[in-house]
Write a protein that binds this ligand. Structure first.
Ligand code: OAD
Length: 234
C-alpha cells in the first residue's frame, strides 16, 4: 500500500466567511467595530473583564449559531486521500464540526475556558452554552477567561505547527491576511519542494512568498478548483 501524502491546511478567518462569521480586517470586519486593545489583550482583561467577557460571549454565540461551510467540509474530506492536519488561527470549532480529526488551534478555542490566575495552562474547562460569566471560577477560585491567545501573549503551539508544516508535501493557506505574527511567519516553514497554494479573494494583495500558487477565490470555490486540478486523486 502506498503511503498517503501529507497535507496541511493553514486557515484564517476567511475560512469561516462563508459560514457568516465576519473576518477581522476586511471592510466591515470585527476590528472596525472593536478596538483590539479594549477586548483582546491581557491589559483589557485587567481594566474591564466584563467588557472582554461580553465580547467573547457574543463571538461564541455567533459561532454556535453558525455551521461549517463547503470549505470546512472539503477540508475534512481530504482525510480520505491525504494524511491531513489543519492548523488554524481560528478560535471556533467549525473544522471539528465538519469532521476534521487533526486540528491544531494556534490562537486557542473559544469553546473552552481557562483560569485567569497564575496557573492558566494547568486545566481547560469546556464551556457548555455560549455564556461565560465572571462568577464562573477555576478550581483555585480565579474567574475563568476564554481559552484564546490575546495580543501580547505567547502562542504555545507555534513550534509544533512549524514542525508539522516543515514536513508536509502539500501546504494550502486559506483566508488569512498574514498580518498577525508570529502565526503569519509559518508561511515560510514549508519545505522548498512542497506544493504550496494560497486561496484568498484578496490573494494578490498578500505578500505571498515565491513558490506559492495563488488562487484568487473564496475558500469553498478555491478548494473545489484545486481538487479538480488534482482529479487523478478524486
Ligand atoms: P483577517 O481578517 O486578518 O484576514 C481574513 C482574510 O480572509 C483576508 O485576507 C480576506 O481577503 C480573506 N477572505 C475574506 N473572505 C474570504 C472567503 N470567502 N474565502 C477565503 N478567504 C476570504 O483574519 P486572520 O488572518 O485570520 O487573532 O487574522 C489573524 C488573527 O488576527 C486572528 O486569528 C485573530 C485576529 O486578531 C487573535 O485573536 C489573536
Amino acid at each position: 500500500m502506498t503511503q498517503k501524502q501529507k497535507l496541511v491546511i493553514f486557515s484564517g478567518a476567511g475560512m469561516c466567511a462563508e459560514s457568516g462569521i465576519s473576518t477581522f480586517r476586511d471592510t466591515g470586519g470585527l476590528w472596525e467595530k472593536f478596538k483590539v486593545e479594549d477586548v483582546a489583550t491581557p491589559q483589557a482583561w485587567t481594566a474591564d473583564p466584563e467588557k472582554v467577557q461580553h465580547f467573547y460571549n457574543q463571538r461564541r454565540k455567533q459561532i454556535l449559531d453558525a455551521s461549517p461551510n463547503s470549505a470546512h467540509l472539503q477540508t475534512a474530506e481530504f482525510e480520505k486521500y491525504y494524511e491531513t492536519t489543519v492548523i488554524t488561527q481560528n478560535v471556533d470549532d467549525l473544522h471539528e464540526r465538519a469532521g476534521s480529526s487533526q486540528v491544531l488551534h494556534l490562537h486557542g478555542n473559544i469553546r473552552q475556558a481557562k483560569s485567569s490566575g497564575p496557573n492558566q495552562e494547568r486545566k481547560l474547562y469546556p464551556i457548555e452554552g455560549w455564556e461565560l460569566s465572571l462568577t464562573d471560577t477555576c478550581d483555585e477560585g480565579f474567574p475563568l477567561r476564554p481559552n484564546v491567545v490575546w495580543f501580547g501573549e505567547e502562542v504555545p503551539m507555534l513550534e509544533t505547527a512549524a514542525k508539522i508544516i516543515s514536513k508536509t508535501d502539500i501546504f494550502i493557506v486559506i483566508g488569512t491576511s498574514l498580518n498577525v505574527y508570529p502565526a503569519a511567519g509559518l508561511i515560510h516553514a514549508a519545505k522548498n519542494d512542497s506544493k504550496k497554494i494560497i486561496i484568498d479573494p484578496h490573494a494578490n494583495e498578500l505578500n505571498a512568498p515565491a513558490g506559492f500558487e495563488v488562487l484568487k477565490m473564496g475558500a469553498g470555490e478555491g478548494l473545489k478548483y484545486w481538487r479538480k486540478k488534482m482529479e487523478n486523486l478524486f
